[in-house]
Design a protein around this ligand. Structure first.
Ligand code: LMR
Length: 338
């Protein structure tokens, strides 16, 4: 006979079994693999849109077995913290600029920062899609990182609060740079004073005069509103800024084989997408900044361009020892800029 005490006891046990069964069953069937993907730029940039596309495709191709959480705009981690967090496994995926791998001990990526080494996206792609591109991604393995792809942003322009048409206009200006020794040498060649600073701090540093200027592709300059605090910009297109999409290697290697295959497909397609929109995003950002009217943009004359090139030419030789003379040569050969 079931009395009240027994009833309460048996229903409590049943509820407990049910609750355990549910949570255990759900854990087996429904707990997705989470990929935290942190980045430092705005969502409406080539990288931001590429990351969102990867999320969409990764979740679709794995039928929800993978959930991608995107953290844009340095909201989770700043530049330097990002790579440390990836190595520790606190986040699984990043797409740092190629100019930010030096502090990790892989100085070779700074070949991408050399002034005027890539005349356009096509020549750059010959390098990223060729032997040099693969070799550099493979090097990340020794740091516990798996390189998956190269994503484009674009070619950098110079900005400041004083006129900067000619190299000599940079004498003594404090300019924010990413953590690359090649960029440091480039600013020194202009007679400027380079200051390494996290991307998340640049707007305020420009606004308060902590630095006088910086370099960026138009899409970064526009989406961070830097044009509102920079009176002059010169369309030097002197260097490239792009990304390596990377994952924690242990995490990647530990994924079920079918999941890894679906994620690879999602990455390949989002790479095509991101690289397909990069130029247009930068062109649109430049037009939007011109329309905003807060910055005066200068296009280089042929003679001015010659002066820029010859002023920055010594940087390649100077940095060859650091990057590797052979790597510089092979990059120039692939890019067609010998
Ligand atoms: C910068 O720090 O200027 C860039 O690397 C930011 C980015 O990720 O595009």
């Amino acid at each position: 006979m079931i009395n009240r005490r027994n009833f309460i006891k048996s229903t409590t046990v049943a509820a407990g079994i049910l609750a355990f069964g549910l949570s255990a069953g759900m854990a087996l069937a429904a707990d997705p693999i989470v990929i935290k993907f942190s980045h430092v730029v705005a969502p409406n940039t080539p990288k931001g849109k590429g990351a969102d596309k990867f999320k969409e495709l990764a979740e679709k191709y794995t039928n929800g077995a993978v959930k991608v959480e995107i953290y844009p705009n340095s909201q989770l981690l700043k530049d330097k913290e990002e790579l440390e967090a990836l190595q520790l496994g606190a986040v699984q995926m990043l797409a740092p600029s190629l100019a930010k791998f030096g502090p990790l001990g892989i100085k070779e990526f700074e070949v991408f920062d050399l002034p005027y080494i890539f005349p356009d996206y096509d020549s750059l792609h010959k390098v990223t899609k060729g032997a040099v591109g693969k070799e550099l991604l493979d090097k990340l393995g020794e740091k516990g990182i798996q390189g998956l792809a190269y994503w484009d942003n674009g070619f950098k322009i110079m900005s400041a609060n004083s006129k900067i048409n000619k190299p000599e206009d940079f004498l003594g200006l404090k300019l924010r740079i990413q953590s690359s020794k090649v960029l440091e040498a480039q600013m020194n060649a202009l007679g400027a004073v380079p200051q390494v600073m996290a991307f998340s701090e640049v707007y305020q540093a420009l606004q308060t005069g902590v630095v006088d200027g910086t370099e960026n592709p138009p899409s970064n300059m526009y989406t961070q509103k830097m044009h509102e605090v920079q009176k002059f910009a010169t369309l030097t297109n002197h260097g490239y800024l792009g990304y390596a999409v990377i994952v924690n290697k242990k995490f990647w290697d530990g994924l079920p084989q079918d999941v890894r295959a679906s994620l690879t497909k999602a990455m390949d397609e989002s790479t095509d997408y991101a690289n397909g929109i990069a130029k247009e995003e930068n062109d649109k950002a430049l037009e939007a900044m011109k329309a905003a009217g807060t910055t005066q943009f200068h296009t280089l004359t042929d003679d001015e361009l010659k002066t820029w090139r010859s002023t920055l030419a010594p940087v390649r030789k100077q940095m060859a020892d650091r990057i590797g003379a052979d790597l510089v040569k092979r990059t120039e050969a692939a890019a067609g800029t010998k």
